[in-house]
Design a protein around this ligand. Structure first.
Ligand code: ARG
Length: 568
């Protein structure tokens, strides 16, 4: 689609205002209210060079523009120091709607990322610790970011960097040796492993020796001792069964599950390299890297008992990823709490001389807390994601049963709407914000929720079904004259831009907000204008608008990893 800002910038640039086109472009804004036009240009910064007051400048430019031939813009007005541009409705309507009718679900797709590989480290759950409500954030946000990059033509590598190594495994093994019960473990693996883990940690808090035992157990594992490796593989196997179930429910998959243990194989080479580059220093029997100059605390690379650390494995991982994928960017979708960890990691990579540290980015997100106290975390008790997802599905089913609809498959519909509601809520706020998980809000069909958007989609589809329309070809949209129609069309137009912005900021909430806006605009249009009118042309144009809306909502939701239903 034509970049109207570019067109405005060109017009203004031709007027010798003493300011560069790129600077003009940057100054162009979207006015806060629709009645103020579609774009505006503030003249303040021209005052100095032109030696006139900004309001006068605005007036003069307006007068000059008025003499020009009118393409793309219906009118230009000056309001104080601002020039307000009103886009030509007919032009926009035809441009946008015909493009959507033609491209269908490829509307907004591009190949701007061609040839670039993005590694995305997300979800990254820990073995033998439950997949809990906190992990859903990384999983859902990471998946959405991946979809956005794919849609823009990048190649993505979704890496689930499984936490399957480290002292916690020493703890698990030590606890198992003391109290392990195979029957219980086979029956309820993750909950039972968690019980062992929590019990051990509670007792070890009063008994320092137990912590040493756990550390030694991990060391044995790193050294490849048979029994340790056997237990570790078994814990992994039973945990994976549970993860698979949850990922299936969420309908999210990964290109690899190369986690901490996988990458630990590269650690010896990393240590050697760090030694050669004189970066390791001894400190109390441990080997550390001093990062002092940047007021970063030193990073412990080898603990005093000879074991590797979390950061050691991350160094090995980043270097290996660069070798294997030659990534353009390497993104870590991980909670804000690990900010320091990643700053240390970038610094170490820089000190090692790896310029690609600049392409490694932490994509942090805030915390989830629960409003429903019955679900909250008590000591050693965690909220299991699978339970949350199933509850969402069941609650949706209850709501569906009480609705007057002709849904054919209520189970399938509840699944899509229930899971969609959880995902949408996760993705509706700026990711960095902490947020409260609230059941009532989540499933409110009238609120700013997933079900509301999905319902809007189903509503548009119902109209099209009734009219017997599936596809439509291009037409002249000369009869869509209402403000509701124009505002809806404008929001459909800005969808493309929103995808690119969402990529720039790694911010899926821009997309969820945009499709919320589109849905609200559609419902205003739907409530104010009859679609099935007698005038055949007007009817078709309105149907095409409903079709275009349904396409954009569907694309938007799919970028968020959410499916649509035809009826609900
Ligand atoms: N497993 C870690 C956790 O749950 C997150 C791992 C993030 N990725 C990484 N490469 N460090 O806290």
């Amino acid at each position: 689609m034509r970049d109207l800002k570019e067109i405005i910038a060109n017009k203004l640039c031709d007027m010798d205002l003493g300011i560069e086109k790129s600077a003009i472009y940057k100054l162009i804004e979207i006015p806060p209210r629709d009645d103020m036009g579609d774009f505006s240009f503030p003249c303040f910064s021209l005052a100095k060079t032109l030696r006139k007051n900004p309001a006068l400048i605005a007036k003069e430019i307006k007068e000059k523009l008025e003499k020009e031939e009118k393409t793309y813009f219906e009118k230009v007005e000056n309001l104080n120091a601002y020039l307000n541009f009103y886009i030509d409705r007919k032009f926009i309507q035809n441009e946008v709607l015909n493009e959507i009718l033609e491209k269908k679900e490829d509307y907004g797709r591009s190949n701007m990322g061609k040839g670039k590989t993005i590694v995305l480290d997300f979800s990254s759950v820990n073995i033998a610790k439950p997949f809990h409500i906190g992990h859903i954030r990384s999983t859902v946000i990471g998946d959405a970011i991946r979809n956005i990059f794919n849609f823009l033509g990048y190649k993505t590598v979704a890496s689930n960097y499984i936490g399957d190594y480290g002292t916690q495994f020493g703890t698990m093994i030590a606890a198992y040796k003391l109290w392990g019960d195979d029957d219980k473990l086979n029956e309820n693996p993750i909950k039972e492993l968690l019980n062992l883990y929590v019990r051990y940690n509670n007792e070890a808090a009063l008994n320092e020796e137990m912590m040493d035992v756990a550390r030694d157990e991990f060391k044995k594992l790193e050294e490849g001792e048979d029994e340790s490796v056997r237990l570790w593989s078994w814990f992994k196997e039973i945990s994976f069964k549970e993860f698979d179930r949850v990922y299936k429910l969420l309908d999210i998959d990964f290109d690899n599950y190369d986690g901490e243990s996988y990458h630990s194989e590269f650690i010896p080479a990393v240590i050697k390299e760090l030694e050669e580059k004189n970066l390791l220093v001894e400190s109390d029997g441990a080997k550390i890297i001093d990062l002092g100059e940047d007021d970063l605390p030193p990073a412990i690379i080898i603990k005093s008992n000879g074991s590797s650390a979390y950061i050691t494995r991350d160094i090995a991982t980043a270097i290996n990823r660069k070798k294997v994928y030659d990534f353009y960017e390497n993104l870590y979708v991980v909670a804000t709490q690990q900010n320091l960890h990643f700053r240390q990691l970038w610094k170490i990579l820089e000190l090692m001389g790896y310029d690609f540290y600049k392409d490694c980015k932490h994509i942090p997100f805030g915390m989830v807390s629960l409003k429903d106290k019955t679900l909250s975390t008590r000591k050693g008790q965690v909220v299991f994601l699978e339970d949350v997802l199933n509850k969402a599905i069941n609650k949706t089913k209850e709501i569906m049963k009480n609705r007057d609809t002709d849904i054919e498959d209520i189970d399938k519909t509840s699944r899509i709407v229930g899971i969609g509601a959880v995902k949408f809520q996760e993705l509706y706020n700026n990711r960095i914000k902490d947020y409260v998980f609230d059941w009532d809000e989540l499933l409110n069909f009238e609120g700013e929720t997933g079900p509301y958007v999905q319902y809007t989609y189903a509503r548009a589809k119902a109209v099209l079904r009734k009219a017997g329309v599936e596809e439509m070809t291009s037409m002249d949209f000369s009869l869509l004259n209402s403000d509701e129609e124009f505002i809806l069309i404008k929001s459909l137009r800005s969808f493309e831009d929103t995808i690119v912005k969402a990529r720039d900021r790694y911010e899926p909430s821009l997309i969820s907000r945009k499709i919320m806006e589109i849905s609200q605009n559609f419902n205003k249009f739907y409530n104010s204008s009859k679609i099935m009118v007698d005038d055949e042309n007007l009817k078709n144009q309105r149907l095409a608008l409903a079709l275009a809306t349904s396409v954009v909502i569907k694309v938007g939701l799919s970028l968020l990893g959410i499916k649509t239903v035809e009826k609900m």
